[in-house]
Design a protein around this ligand. Structure first.
Ligand SMILES: [Zn+2]
Length: 347
């Protein structure tokens, strides 16, 4: 992944930056055929605004994402290579952006990313999550977008639950860093001090926000935190700085139980559950989640005690090489049911 950091040059976060698309493309001297990628819902909301700007600098080619499979992303890559498309502009949520991210990486074309949600730290990460043929998600290493415009007004206009999921995914750095420390202490992984610091800063920035509700100012803090988490992954060359036992638990939920909860909500639940399992004080994290009304009561998330126990016990298998506290703690049914009941009572 050498040179990845150097490729990521433009990042603008703030009110109204969705209007800076033409200006950004011009600054980067991008002209000719430009591929606009979005989905039906987002296109109805922001399509005209974006396409008008693309037409100011080049020739518009359109693509509407219907699925987020590896095969589909490769099909888009093929379309880019076969024609004279010189840049990809992706507007939308995780599905659209992950397809674009991977297609841009394969074709070595610049990618302008315009996220319309901030539900997870994949926002600017060098990892694309795409589905395999059997429907299971796979994390693929690629490049960070070379240009990113995140409009806080656009994010605030979206569902608040997606913003809460973004909070949850950042809070999970708390547990991920404890797991990373442990793995290094046991000689099961290597430390990258820069990536560690970046992930810790991402967490601290969010924890120390002066805001108490989901205001535009708070969303800006959250975006900055998510971007720092993405950079942490880029530095480490893996998701290690932001993904530990709490993520393994979330992957197990995705794999074994189809409750359809958002990734960031599941990792927040995983974080508090793991802190309880390793008997570490979880008040700070719990107070923070309550402050922004991030719901992690497993019962309210349609996760029953059996599912909770099964997914926690099977979480280590989700990624055999990722050593975490799950490899050392007591995962007996009794202990886990007790933790489950506490979570139901306390939230
Ligand atoms: Zn995550």
């Amino acid at each position: 992944m050498e040179g990845v950091i150097l490729q990521s040059k433009i990042l603008k976060v703030g009110e109204g930056v969705i209007h800076n698309i033409a200006e950004t493309l011009l600054t980067e001297k991008i002209a000719g055929e430009i591929l606009y990628v979005s989905d039906d819902v987002v296109d109805k909301l922001y399509g005209n605004l974006v396409k008008k700007q693309i037409k100011e600098v080049g020739k518009l080619v359109e693509e509407f994402v219907t699925q987020n499979t590896i095969a589909y992303a490769l099909m888009i890559a093929e379309k880019v290579i076969e024609t004279d498309i010189c840049c990809i502009v992706g507007v939308g949520g995780g599905k659209v952006l992950d397809v674009c991210k991977y297609a841009a990486y394969i074709t070595k074309r610049p990618f302008l990313s315009v996220p319309t949600t901030v539900a997870n730290d994949g926002l600017v990460s060098p990892i694309a999550v795409l589905k395999r043929q059997d429907g299971k998600p796979k994390s693929l290493g690629c490049c960070m977008a070379s240009m990113v415009l995140i409009d806080t007004e656009v994010i605030c206009a979206g569902p608040s639950q997606l913003i809460k999921a973004g909070i949850g995914d950042t809070i999970s750095n708390y547990m991920a860093l404890l797991d990373w420390d442990l793995a290094c202490m046991r000689g099961k992984d290597k430390m990258n001090g820069y990536a560690y610091l970046m992930s810790k800063n991402s967490l601290d920035m969010l924890m120390n926000t002066q805001c108490n509700s989901l205001t535009p100012a708070f969303v800006e803090d959250l975006i900055n935190s998510l971007v720092l988490s993405g950079i942490a992954m880029d530095f480490a060359g893996s998701s290690r700085p932001v993904s530990g036992s709490e993520h393994l638990f979330s992957h197990a939920l995705d794999y074994y139980c189809k409750t359809g909860n958002l990734h960031g909500i599941q990792t927040a639940l995983g974080t508090v559950a793991m802190l309880k399992i390793i008997k570490k004080d979880q008040t700070e994290v719990m107070n923070y989640l309550n402050r922004f009304k991030v719901e992690i009561n497993p019962q309210k998330l349609s996760i029953d005690a059996d599912t909770f126990v099964y997914c926690m016990q099977n979480a280590p298998q989700m990624r055999i090489n990722r050593y975490t506290f799950l490899n050392e703690v007591d995962l007996s049914r009794d202990t886990l049911v007790e933790v489950y009941n506490e979570l139901v009572r306390e939230f």
